[in-house]
Write a protein that binds this ligand. Structure first.
Ligand SMILES: C[S@@+](CC[C@H](N)C(=O)[O-])C[C@H]1O[C@@H](n2cnc3c(N)ncnc32)[C@H](O)[C@@H]1O
Length: 529
């Protein structure tokens, strides 16, 4: 496959994207969007204070602002006694609504743009609204026949309609939504044409759909890299089938090259979600791109969730009931409870504390489930492991994701399987530890080297070459290369995540820990005591 170079300016009013966004620890306030390219950390423009939003609870969220287009008459008492005012929603039909946000700001942080609390929030017994996004700003395609999209922006007879119609609604949701997104970018004055300034450009996007083969090799994971190559081929085949030479210009200009289509698909995959929406009497299973809500980063221990308010067709982002939030805290949602390779495939990131991560052991050695769980104050069975607060002194109730994941995946035996002989258990723990050690040593770099590679702006492949040949030289200038793309960096992070995960299970403190602080827990080592 051809090497992909993706820096697509948007049609029909191209605005150049800077080649890459500089990463840094500081957060920058995004108050007024500049009109050329995605706002970046280094943009010096002073940020005017945003209008102070009024905080609302879930209940209060139903006090709507006065209507602009269809204000009710202003007389003192316009209605005779026997008449009742119609449902306020009656007036709102057809009313063009805006997104509203309460007590949050959009800032650039270590995981790209994110949503952060702009003030403290006391825990409430009920969930609390922080964002409201009306249906008409979202791009939505329902999953099942008869499928439909909202808003209905595609005129009858436009060729993109036939392209979408040719897909399988159940399996091709991403291709369909990418077509709709490309169409929305092309409609003069459409909301998405303006919002595209805030979407990551090709080299800012972490999606591996954009990664050239050489960068996929950096994953050092055969299964994941061949899966990504298959997904890239699927997208390019789709583009070639529908964007052949003899097509009308109004279709051609939506994706003049396959890089443009792959970029739209990456945006869709890494920023959309699936939700059941109640529309009138019907329940629709829909794939959705929701502006502003798509700035929320992922956490397995998220403090927010999404909720569909069917009454006025509004997507709400809500803080979970009982959650205290401090000013500056990141607001997150849980994208999925899945293993790291699933997160990598769809979003291009992985986490060393992912509680759903797995390690496939080949050793027949097993350790006792009960003793393992009690060492780490974990309760429950394999599928629903949770922290056992009753067993702790109350000092810390945090259980490292790596430990929970190990508890779920370590080969264990329970009473009745085998007699509890300490020497058998010790031998098993040693065998498993050895297997983990071999796994972490099978990678071509150490965590330390990967960290150095990530710290440089050099292209990944070049720095890795240097790292392997002369370990201390990584980070030195003078290779003549500049810039490395986000997807290349996410490949390196994936490799580090795997090494770190193994070492946190081994408890080997001699392995360098990356800059993201992760508890290094001497897991199997403690089992040996
Ligand atoms: C829905 S977008 C969130 C907004 C995004 N950070 C941005 O800059 O526009 C999803 C993307 O954010 C990044 N991301 C989200 N959660 C992350 C996490 N926990 N760790 C690292 N990257 C994350 C990944 O690049 C992912 O593809």
């Amino acid at each position: 496959m051809a090497t992909l170079v993706v820096t697509p300016p948007l049609l029909p009013c191209p605005r150049p994207f800077p080649a890459s966004r500089s990463a840094g620890p500081a957060h920058r306030l995004l108050a007024r969007p500049p009109r050329a390219g995605r706002p970046r950390l280094r943009d010096p423009s002073p940020a005017p204070a945003p209008p102070t939003p009024v905080e609302q609870s879930a209940d209060e969220a139903h006090d709507y602002p006065p209507l602009r287009l269809l204000d009710p008459p202003q007389e003192e008492d316009p209605y005779p006694d026997e008449m009742e005012a119609a449902d306020p929603d009656f007036y709102r039909i057809g009313y063009a609504r805006m997104m509203r946000a309460y007590g949050i700001e959009f800032l650039e942080g270590p995981d790209g743009m994110g949503v952060y609390a702009s003030r403290d929030v006391e825990p409430l017994r009920r969930a609390r609204v922080i964002m409201e996004i009306p249906l008409e700003l979202m791009l939505t395609i329902t999953k099942k026949h008869p499928w439909m999209f909202f808003p209905d922006i595609i005129p009858l007879g436009h060729p993109i309609f036939d392209v979408i119609e040719s897909t399988n609604p159940e399996t091709d949701w991403d291709l369909r939504l990418a077509c709709l997104l490309l169409y929305a970018f092309d409609v003069q004055g459409n909301f998405w044409q303006l919002y595209s300034d805030f979407l990551p450009s090709g080299d800012e996007c972490t999606s591996l759909l954009l990664a050239p083969k050489e960068d996929l090799m950096e994953l050092e994971d055969q299964d994941l890299s061949s899966e990504m190559l298959k997904l890239q081929k699927r997208a390019v085949d789709f583009w070639q089938k529908h964007w052949h030479k003899a097509i009308p210009l109004k279709l051609k200009r939506l994706a003049p090259d396959h890089e443009r289509f792959l970029w739209a698909l990456s945006i869709v995959q890494s920023r959309s979600f699936n939700m059941k929406l109640r529309m009138g009497a019907f329940m629709q299973d829909a794939n959705i791109l929701a502006p502003y809500a798509d700035m929320l980063n992922h956490s397995p221990d998220a403090n927010c969730f999404l909720h569909w308010r069917f009454k006025d067709r509004m997507l709400e982002v809500m803080i979970k009931a009982g959650h205290a939030v401090k000013k500056g805290d990141e607001m997150t949602i849980n994208y999925m409870s899945g293993i790291n390779s699933m997160l990598m495939q769809r979003y291009g990131f992985s986490s060393p504390t992912n509680p759903w991560e797995l390690i496939n052991f080949s050793s027949p050695a097993k350790i006792h489930l009960d003793s393992f769980l009690s060492v780490f104050n974990i309760a429950g069975l394999h599928d629903e492991l949770c922290h056992n607060a009753a067993l702790t002194s109350g000092e810390s109730n945090f259980v490292d994701g790596g430990v929970v994941a190990a508890a779920r995946t370590l080969p264990t035996w329970s009473d009745g399987d085998l007699p509890a002989i300490p020497s058998v258990e010790r031998k098993s723990a040693q065998a498993l530890q050895e297997e983990l050690r071999k796994m972490s040593e099978s990678f071509s770099t150490t965590i330390q080297q990967d960290e150095q590679i990530l710290d440089t702006d050099e292209p990944i492949r070049k720095t890795r070459e240097i790292a392997i040949n002369t370990p201390s030289a990584v980070g030195c200038a003078g290779t003549g290369y500049t810039g490395s793309c986000s997807y290349g960096k996410s490949s390196i992070r994936w490799r580090s995540t795997r090494i770190e995960f193994c070492s946190s299970c081994i408890g080997d403190t001699s392995v360098a820990v990356p800059s993201v602080p992760v508890k290094t827990i001497p897991l199997l080592a403690r089992m040996l005591v």
